[in-house]
Design a protein around this ligand. Structure first.
Ligand SMILES: Cc1cc2nc3c(=O)[nH]c(=O)nc-3n(C[C@H](O)[C@H](O)[C@H](O)COP(=O)(O)OP(=O)(O)OC[C@H]3O[C@@H](n4cnc5c(N)ncnc54)[C@H](O)[C@@H]3O)c2cc1C
Length: 476
């Protein structure tokens, strides 16, 4: 504390989530006096209400589905009987272990270096906390994360709408669930609840699902998911009204035709905008983009030419855990060493949706791809391992540069997609060409052999002299 009662530090970090904790560790390692400020219950979004409880729910759903699918292999166990309260209880019990791991870490921090409060800018370099403290910092890291938005059409019933912050507290599996939003988060939870016995309807304002860009992959994915979920796509929600047995949703489709239905539960999964409103950014002196996010340089995490850095979901860009962690470390280091800045270009994009089939986008996809790039394709309906496992379909597309054959990106909705996505991300990050990847061993019989088929497809399009292919000598 200074004489004027101001708390002075080198680096003030707002938010003790994945990004903020990584920033703290990096700033301390660089020798800074750090103050970490957080207004939540602690434990991070990932562990408490995000990645981990959602994966626990998905694992339960997949276990039920595996029982149902046993018949195809001659295993007769009957239909899975699902004990909803037990399923939800396990989700919370295991979730609590992950949360406790983080809480233990927080408890280990020296108390004066941590504040439980909401921070807002009072002036550039100065924060006001809602416990009355004023903080002056040489550098500030914004790591405030994001929170679920409830669409305005649901305003009348907003207290009854589930979000990722409340859905894991359900005592039982909902009977008849509407999921608003067919993005990765909505689709993961929709399929998991459907596999656990809920009747699930997924609403979306476009006909895209799972964040996919490629229309062919989208169509195959939609067809696969439609065996478990109902889709109401390309609609506009009109309003919602409370009913004795749930919530009535009204919508209209693109031709103006109206629809409505009553659902026991409604889950909002229509986007998670950054938590920036409480920060009073107008006092920060930072320039903001159209969404109210400070303009920043991804290579340094620095906002404009200020001593403020931003990391994690607060950036509204690549809202996934490994990016939050990497950007947090970078922001922490640069805040500690300011004005000396380390520059670290963004890595290869990698986003995975843990549905079955897995969905993933790697490197460049959609409108970010050059118009003239090459596309190698494999369908998993006729792939050896997919047949062995009785996994009926899926599509993988790999994109490569014309001429050089350098791998640019990939998109997929196929079995074992999470593993294929990693291989592709690592190959793209290493600057591999199609030939570099084809020269690696592919074990038999695996889903990775499907990836090799897509690479060979690219190889043919490159119209080069055939080169060594690990498996077949001259395999192009
Ligand atoms: C349901 C769900 C599933 C997900 N699944 C995956 C997955 O499988 N894989 C993956 O990579 N990513 C996944 N994600 C995304 C991942 O969880 C996030 O990218 C990551 O947790 C973001 O971390 P963060 O540090 O930016 O934010 P957070 O962990 O949310 O931390 C932000 C902190 O800032 C605090 N805060 C906010 N405003 C203030 C303020 N003014 N003053 C003080 N404190 C403040 C908050 O209380 C909070 O503690 C999922 C997300 C959700 C919601």
């Amino acid at each position: 504390l200074t004489k004027a009662g101001i708390l002075a530090c080198d680096v003030a970090i707002i938010g003790a989530g994945t990004a903020g904790l990584a920033a703290r560790e990096a700033a301390e390692a660089a020798g800074s006096r750090v103050l970490l400020i957080d207004n939540g219950p602690g434990g991070t979004t990932c562990a408490r209400v995000g990645c981990m409880p959602s994966k626990l729910l998905i694992a339960a759903g997949n276990a039920a589905q595996a029982m149902r699918e046993g018949e195809a292999f001659g295993i007769e166990g009957g239909v899975a009987r699902i004990d909803g309260p037990k399923v939800m209880e396990r989700v919370r019990r295991e979730r609590d272990r992950f949360v406790e791991g983080v809480m233990k870490k927080l408890r280990g921090f020296d108390p004066p270096t941590m504040r439980q409060a909401t921070a807002r800018f009072a002036a550039p370099g100065r924060l006001e906390l809602d416990d009355g403290t004023t903080v002056e910092a040489k550098a500030i890291v914004i790591a405030t994360g994001a929170a679920s938005a409830i669409p305005k059409e649901l305003a009348t019933v907003k207290d009854r709408i589930l979000t990722n912050e409340t859905v894991f507290e359900l005592e039982d599996i909902p009977q008849n669930l509407a999921v608003i939003g067919a993005g990765p988060l909505g689709l993961e939870l929709a399929q998991a609840f459907a596999r656990l016995g809920a009747r699930v309807t997924v609403f979306n304002d476009t006909d895209s699902i799972g964040g996919l860009h490629d229309p062919e992959i989208t169509a195959i994915a939609r067809e696969r998911f439609a065996t478990e979920l109902s889709f109401v796509l390309a609609i506009k929600l009109k309003d919602a009204t409370p009913e004795a047995n749930g919530i009535r949703l009204c919508w209209s489709d693109k031709n103006g035709a109206d629809g409505d239905g009553v659902f026991s539960h409604v889950l909002a999964a229509a986007g998670r905008p950054p938590n920036l409103t409480s920060l009073n950014l107008k006092a920060s002196g930072l320039a903001l983009d159209g969404h109210g996010v400070p303009l920043f340089d991804p290579a340094t995490a620095r906002c404009g030419d200020s001593a403020v850095f931003i990391a994690g979901d607060a950036r509204h860009d690549r809202s996934v855990l490994h990016e939050a962690s990497a950007a947090g470390r970078l922001a922490g280091t640069n805040a500690a060493c300011y004005p000396k800045l380390k520059s670290q270009p963004l890595g290869t994009a990698l986003a995975i949706t843990f549905t079955e089939p897995n969905i993933a986008a790697i490197g460049l996809t959609g409108r970010h791809l050059p118009k003239d790039c090459l596309t190698g394709t494999v369908r998993y309906n006729d792939q050896g391992r997919a047949k062995v496992e009785n996994i009926p379909d899926g599509l993988l597309k790999v994109y490569a540069e014309v001429g050089s054959g350098r791998l640019l990106g990939a998109e997929l909705a196929c079995p074992a997609g999470e593993y294929l996505a990693h291989l592709l991300a690592w190959g793209i990050a290493a600057g591999w060409t199609v030939h570099d990847m084809l020269a690696k061993p592919f074990y038999h019989p695996t889903f990775e052999e499907g990836l090799r088929t897509a690479l060979r497809d690219l190889c043919r399009q490159l119209q080069e002299e055939p080169r060594e292919d690990f498996a077949f000598g001259a395999g192009c």
